[in-house]
Design a protein around this ligand. Structure first.
Ligand SMILES: Nc1ncnc2c1ncn2[C@@H]1O[C@H](COP(=O)(O)OP(=O)(O)OP(=O)(O)O)[C@@H](O)[C@H]1O
Ligand SMILES: [Mg+2]
Length: 384
C-alpha cells in the first residue's frame, strides 16, 4: 500500500512538472538573452565594413521579424569591445517629437542610454539646451561624445529608419536639416560609423540615396541550419524537451530557420507537450510538430496578416495561387503568365525582394512552408 501511495505521489509531482517555455514571441531579444542564437556571420560582415577606410554608411536590410532589432541589441557581444554600439529606435519617441529639438533630444537620450550600458558615461544634453539653434547645440554635444569615446569607435545604429522617412514625408521634419545632419556626421566624424536598419532598400526610399553615398548593404535573413537547430533543441541550458531527429528536421523545413517562426512554432510545441501525459511529454515527435502548426498559424496571425496586407497590385492573389498548389510546389513561369497576364514581372520582383517566393527550375515556389500554409486554402487544389 505504501509503495502504491508513494508511486501515486510521484506521478502527481511528475504530472505537474511542466516543461518551462523559454521562447520569446513578438518582442525583440534584449542584450545578453540566452536564447539569442547565431548571427556571427552578420556581425563579422559589419565588423569588416567598419574597417573600410572609405567609411561607408551601412544599411542593415532584412524582412519583418527577421531579427534586425534583436541583432542590434546584441551587437555588443558580436563586435570587439572597442566598438561602442549606440542604438536609436526611430519608431519611438524620437520621431513622435513635435519639433527638431524634441527629435534631437530623444536621439541623444537613446545614445546616452546605450553608452551607459557599455560602461561609458556621456554628458547630458538637457532639453532646454536645444531650445534655440538645436542642430548647432547637438553638433557641439557630439564633440563632447567624441571626446568621451577616446580610442573607441561609435556605431550609431538607427533602427526603423522608414519611420523617419514617413515623418519627413508628412512634413513634420525638414529633410535637408535632418538628413543633411546625418550626412555631415557620416562624412566629417571619423569616430562615428552609421548603420541604418529597416526592411526597405535605398532603391525603395529614394530620398535617402543622395544622403547615403556608397552605402553598403548588410543582409540579414534566415538563421543557418545549425543556428536554428540550436534554437529548437537547446534554446536554453537544461532544456527538458528532446526532439526525435525527424521532428527537428520538420521544424527546420517548415520555418527555413526564420527566427521568429522557429520561436513561434517551438513555443506551440512546448505548450502542446505540456498537455500530454508525463510519460510522453519529454520527447517531441514528428506528429507533435504537425499538430502544433495550426496553433502557430493562429497565434502568429498578426505576423501573417501583416504580410498579406502589405501585398499590393495583385501580389496577394499570386501568393494565394502558388500556395494552393501544395507544399513545395513549383509553379512554372508559363502558368503564372497565363493566370496573371498583367504586371506579372513587377509582382514577382516584389515578392522575391520580400523573400516570400524564390525562382527554381524556370518557375517559382514559396520560400517558407509555414507562410505558404497561411495563404493556402483549407483544402488544397489538385496539383497542376
Ligand atoms: N538571433 C536570434 N535568435 C533567436 N531568436 C531570434 C533571433 N533574432 C530574432 N529572433 C526572434 O525573432 C523575433 C523577431 O525579432 P526582431 O524583433 O528582432 O525582428 P525585426 O527584424 O527587428 O522585426 P521588425 O521588422 O518587426 O522590426 C524575436 O521576437 C525573437 O523571437
Ligand atoms: Mg525591429
Amino acid at each position: 500500500i505504501v509503495g502504491a501511495h508513494v508511486r501515486e505521489l510521484a506521478e502527481e509531482a511528475e504530472a505537474r512538472q511542466e516543461i518551462a517555455n523559454p521562447y520569446i514571441i513578438g518582442v525583440p531579444l534584449t542584450e545578453r538573452q540566452e536564447i539569442f542564437v547565431g548571427r556571427t556571420d552578420v556581425g563579422a560582415r559589419i565588423e569588416g565594413l567598419l574597417l573600410d577606410r572609405r567609411r561607408p554608411p551601412l544599411l542593415l536590410y532584412g524582412q519583418r521579424r527577421m531579427g534586425k532589432t534583436s541583432l542590434l541589441n546584441n551587437l555588443g557581444r558580436l563586435l570587439p569591445s572597442t566598438i561602442v554600439p549606440l542604438f536609436v529606435d526611430l519608431q519611438g519617441p524620437a520621431t513622435q517629437a513635435s519639433d527638431h529639438a524634441g527629435f534631437l533630444y530623444n536621439v541623444a537620450r537613446f545614445i546616452a542610454d546605450s553608452a551607459r550600458r557599455h560602461g561609458l558615461a556621456l554628458p547630458r544634453l538637457p532639453r532646454e539646451a536645444l531650445a534655440s539653434d538645436p542642430f548647432t547645440r547637438f553638433d557641439e554635444w557630439l564633440d563632447e561624445v567624441e571626446g568621451a569615446l577616446g580610442q573607441s569607435t561609435a556605431l550609431l545604429a538607427l533602427d526603423e529608419f522608414e519611420t523617419l522617412d514617413s515623418a519627413i514625408a508628412k512634413g513634420r521634419f525638414d529633410e535637408e536639416a535632418i538628413l543633411g545632419t546625418l550626412r555631415h556626421l557620416i562624412q566629417h566624424r571619423p569616430r562615428f560609423k552609421v548603420l541604418l536598419s529597416g526592411s526597405h532598400t535605398l532603391d525603395e526610399l529614394q530620398r535617402w540615396a543622395s544622403y547615403l553615398i556608397n552605402a553598403q548593404v548588410v543582409h540579414i535573413s534566415y538563421l543557418k541550419e545549425d543556428e536554428a537547430r540550436r534554437l529548437i533543441e537547446r534554446p536554453v541550458r537544461d532544456f527538458a524537451l528532446r526532439y526525435e531527429p525527424r521532428a527537428t528536421r520538420r521544424v527546420l523545413d517548415l520555418t527555413r530557420g526564420h527566427p521568429a517562426l522557429v520561436q513561434l512554432l517551438c513555443a506551440e510545441i512546448v505548450a502542446l507537450k505540456n498537455e500530454q501525459p508525463p510519460a510522453v511529454r519529454r520527447l517531441a515527435r514528428l506528429s507533435d510538430v504537425e499538430a502544433a502548426v495550426p496553433e502557430a498559424l493562429s497565434r502568429g496571425s498578426l505576423f501573417f496578416a501583416d504580410i498579406e496586407r502589405n501585398q499590393v497590385d495583385g501580389a496577394g492573389l499570386l501568393l494565394r495561387f502558388i500556395a494552393a498548389q501544395g507544399e513545395g510546389a513549383v509553379v512554372s513561369q508559363e502558368t503564372l503568365a497565363r493566370q496573371f497576364p498583367d504586371e506579372l514581372e513587377r509582382a514577382l520582383a516584389l515578392l522575391r525582394r520580400r523573400e516570400l517566393i524564390e525562382p527554381v527550375d524556370r518557375g517559382y515556389r514559396f520560400q517558407v512552408e509555414l507562410i505558404r500554409r497561411w495563404f493556402a486554402p483549407a483544402s488544397p487544389a489538385p496539383r497542376l
